[in-house]
Design a protein around this ligand. Structure first.
Ligand SMILES: Nc1ncnc2c1ncn2[C@@H]1O[C@H](COP(=O)(O)OP(=O)(O)O)[C@@H](O)[C@H]1O
Ligand SMILES: CC(=O)OP(=O)(O)O
Ligand SMILES: [Mg+2]
Length: 400
């Protein structure tokens, strides 16, 4: 029996799922969190209900990947690496070059390396994973699945910034978006739940995790998205600022006397929920503190909800309506209060959820009331399954 592994390197995490093929049963899955921090955390589920958990530092993504490879053998998840015949890697930035997932070879690796400047928090980490797996699985069918591919053909009117056009021509200055694999997956599931073909639907998918983005999907295609040139733009995130007036950045940079790289780092790592609350990047902490009357946490929560509502409203207007909005990713899948706050503020559009149906997490469910004009769906994302489907499609295309 052959196995396929999907590897999802985030900015500070490494997630994986190992699938038995062709059944697509998940035989092991896990997350390594807080990579690069003083203390990291690894959690792997495997076999029939077995769990492995460990607190230890992971200096960088290289250390995390090596740990994962060791654990696959040490925990007896595989007897030998040869059992894994295909591997898929999430890559955030594919630029305009990768319009679809790609079979990994030397040229593809070189190209991803070149594109790293578009996603410095993500692509270098993902390259480390690609190279490490290539070393131990030299014969596996390896595929890169890009976050940006789904957005690459969005209308130019939405992809471009109102800046000198030659910036786009010379430097690729445009909106690339991210989380495309997730938006694509939940859109497909939404169509199934609504019992309508994707091509006939207008959807707004809210991928709200630590990184977060909202996408307007028209006829199954990305029409507009909240992330921009990099995954820093859009709504308020755990530690990322989302949209900021660039002149404010230049102004504060001067005051602080720091480099532009340092400014970008502050906007990426010290902003968002963490920056406003001065407490935590984690929505669970923000909700608990706001509940106890912490004003900064309340402000962070209000801003977070407001930014989501702003984009959903804009996208309903841009698409001339919507059939459904979809909650997904860490906060969207798990936070009952955030889903309530967001949908309450969208009541004007005929978005209305049943509070009893909302009492759940991690399940596919239509949360709408019967009289809702626009449906509200909860759909747990599954980027890893999407990666496996892309691997199978590319295998077929290549006659393998
Ligand atoms: N029960 C919950 N309530 C609110 N937020 C939650 C809950 N569970 C997880 N989260 C949030 O989900 C985030 C992680 O989401 P995830 O989609 O895994 O992120 P990413 O892939 O961007 O690292 C965490 O920052 C955490 O704040
Ligand atoms: C692009 C991005 O923000 O990814 P993540 O949410 O995994 O950090
Ligand atoms: Mg993610």
């Amino acid at each position: 029996m052959s196995k396929t592994i999907a590897v999802n390197a985030g900015s500070s995490t490494l997630k994986f799922k190992l699938f038995d093929m062709p059944s697509e049963d998940v035989v092991a899955e896990g997350t390594i969190e807080r990579i690069g921090e003083k203390m990291g955390h690894a959690k792997i589920k495997y076999g029939d209900g077995q769990k492995h958990e460990e607190e230890k530092p992971f200096a960088d993504h290289g250390a995390a990947v090596n740990y994962l490879l060791d654990q696959l053998i040490d925990l007896g998840i595989v007897k030998s690496y040869d059992e894994i015949t295909a591997v898929g890697h999430r890559v955030v930035a594919g630029g305009e070059f990768f319009k679809d997932s790609a079979v990994i070879n030397d040229d593809v690796i070189k190209k991803i390396d070149e594109l790293s400047e578009y996603a410095p928090l993500h692509d270098p980490a993902e390259l480390i994973g690609i190279k490490a797996f290539r070393k131990v699985l030299p014969n596996a069918f390896a595929v890169a699945v890009f976050d940006t591919s789904f957005h690459v053909n969005m209308p130019k009117m939405n992809a471009l910034y109102s800046v000198p056009y030659e910036w786009y021509e010379k430097y690729g200055a445009r909106k690339y978006g991210a989380h495309g694999t997730s938006h694509r997956y939940v859109a497909g599931r939404a169509a199934k739940m609504l019992g309508k073909p994707l091509k006939d639907l207008k959807l707004i998918t809210m991928h709200i995790g630590a990184g977060a983005s909202i996408t307007a999907i028209k006829g199954g295609k990305s029409y507009d998205t909240s992330m921009g040139f990099s995954p820093l733009a859009g709504i308020t995130m755990a530690t990322r600022s989302g949209d900021v007036d660039p002149s404010l950045v230049a102004f504060v940079q001067e005051k602080l006397g720091v480099s532009s790289q340092e400014m970008i780092s502050i906007l990426n790592h010290k902003s968002g929920l963490l920056g406003i609350s001065q407490l935590s990047p984690d929505m669970r902490d923000i909700l608990a503190a706001a509940d106890k009357g912490n004003d900064q946490a309340q402000l962070a929560l209000d801003m977070y909800v407001n930014r989501i509502v702003r984009y959903v409203g804009a996208y309903i207007a841009e698409m001339g309506g919507a059939d459904a909005i979809v909650f997904t990713a860490g906060v969207g899948e798990n936070s009952i209060p955030v889903r309530k706050l967001v949908t309450d503020k969208l009541a004007y559009f005929g978005i209305k959820i049943d509070q009893e149906k909302n009492k759940c997490h991690g399940v596919e469910r239509d949360l709408s009331t019967d009289d809702a004009k626009i449906k509200t769906l909860l759909i747990p994302t599954n980027e890893e399954l999407m990666i496996v489907h892309d691997i199978e499609r590319l295998k077929k295309e290549q006659g393998k």
